[in-house]
Unconditional design. Structure first.
Length: 403
């Protein structure tokens, strides 16, 4: 199958996870990606679990997740010869994508007009913390700050009677990077039609607010923050949504928003046949009015069932639900396996790499290349490809312009 971005060349100047995810996804969609890192390496090479660098510790799951499908070049962009080498790559590329803050872009001559002087059809993409306008446009940001805390997500997902919930690593980086990849694809289409370059921007704060848009909309209309549940969970008066604890101390999460339709199936699944047939509950308003009582009855029944029994009973009635799966269970989920939502790592069995959720012609994305564990491990090959002789590459290395 021909992937939609085959033939597109992407130059990445980015670190950690957000923007590197974007370029990895573009590579999964068929693009050829070259990543430029500093001579000391992208700090994202550091395994956040152990504090060691990937090239020392061996397999680094986050480095391989966010930098798959890339070749890696190491340049010193503060060295005039290293910066001149970058222009050769800019000329080669169709897309430039960066996470560098405005101060660094200005210092290194990486602003759009400066790169368009080298390549006038270049799609220029930026990923940042808080946007390109406003008082904090030049401030740094990570997803735990910009995406999770500042957007309101942390507040709304936390219990009203406890500490704020902790965010998992790169929780906002992955989807924000995917959003940036989609914007780049749209800009490539426009540039192909018009020949005009375009700037694409995605902020972590913007993506967090987009994810919380339902709560933000109600807040703007009501003038008050939405209520949070004590103890966590889903803050809904509908007893057919939320989490329930089973006899084996697992959690099952039904979500059936159409109460009139699912009242009977939910009650029958829990052997509450009298409630299922009671005409009083045909009106959803009665279910909402008696929500606390119904939720308590449901909780008692679930507490008498194992997770296996609850899954079988809910499935038999066509209910919409899931157990609260562990990561191990998600990896083994037959549905995820059948659809290729993760891919086996070719060099590190049994490690798996998460795929982009976008598929073309019902085919999972490709894992065409794993990233080198050596800083700038592809430098010589890439520079030779864009016109540097072996002698010039040796001279650049002698001048400490490349790794």
């Amino acid at each position: 199958m021909t992937l939609p971005l085959e033939g597109v060349k992407v130059l990445e100047l980015a670190e950690y996870a957000f923007v590197p995810t974007c370029a990895a996804v573009l590579g999964e969609w068929g693009a050829e990606v070259v990543k430029v890192e500093r001579l000391t390496g992208d700090p994202g090479r550091r395994d956040m679990r152990s504090g060691t660098m990937g090239q020392v510790a061996g397999y680094n799951s986050s480095w391989h997740q966010y930098n798959r499908n890339k070749r890696v070049v190491a340049l010193d962009l503060t060295n005039p010869e290293g910066r001149a080498a970058l222009d050769h790559l800019v000329e080669w590329a169709d897309v430039f994508v960066t996470s560098f803050r405005p101060q660094a872009r200005r210092k290194l001559r990486l602003e759009p007009d400066e790169l368009w002087a080298v390549n006038p059809k270049l799609v220029y993409a930026r990923g940042h913390g808080h946007g390109v306008r406003g008082p904090d446009a030049e401030e740094g940001g990570f997803d735990a700050v910009s995406y999770f805390a500042r957007s309101g997500l942390n507040y709304m997902l936390s219990s009203s009677d406890g500490l704020p919930v902790g965010q998992r690593g790169a929780m906002g980086d992955g989807p924000s990077g995917l959003s940036l990849a989609g914007g780049i694809a749209a800009a490539l289409y426009r540039t192909a039609r018009t020949g005009q370059p375009m700037v694409v921007d995605v902020a972590l704060l913007a993506f967090g607010m987009f994810q919380l848009s339902s709560d933000l909309a109600s807040t703007s209309a009501d003038g008050a923050d939405p209520p949070r549940r004590s103890g966590g969970g889903m803050a809904s008066p509908n007893p057919m949504t939320g989490t329930y604890v089973t006899a084996d101390n697992r959690h099952v999460q039904p979500v059936m928003l159409d109460m009139a339709r699912f009242w009977g199936p939910m009650c029958r699944a829990l052997s509450l046949h009298d409630m299922a047939e009671d005409p009083a509950y045909a009106d959803a308003s009665v279910i909402l009015e008696r929500s606390g009582e119904i939720r308590q009855i449901y909780a008692e029944v679930f507490a008498s069932m194992t997770m296996t029994e609850a899954e079988a009973a809910l499935s038999a009635e066509g209910c919409i639900f899931s157990k609260v799966a562990t990561p191990s269970e998600a990896l083994a989920d037959p549905q995820a396996v059948a659809n290729g939502y993760t891919q086996p790592h070719p060099d590190h069995t049994p490690a798996r790499v998460g795929s982009s959720p976008v598929q073309f012609d019902e085919t999972p994305g490709r894992l065409a290349r794993t990233p080198t564990n050596t800083i700038g491990g592809d430098t010589d090959d890439v520079l030779a490809e864009v016109g540097f002789t072996a002698e010039k590459i040796t001279a650049l290395r002698s001048a400490s312009a490349i790794h």
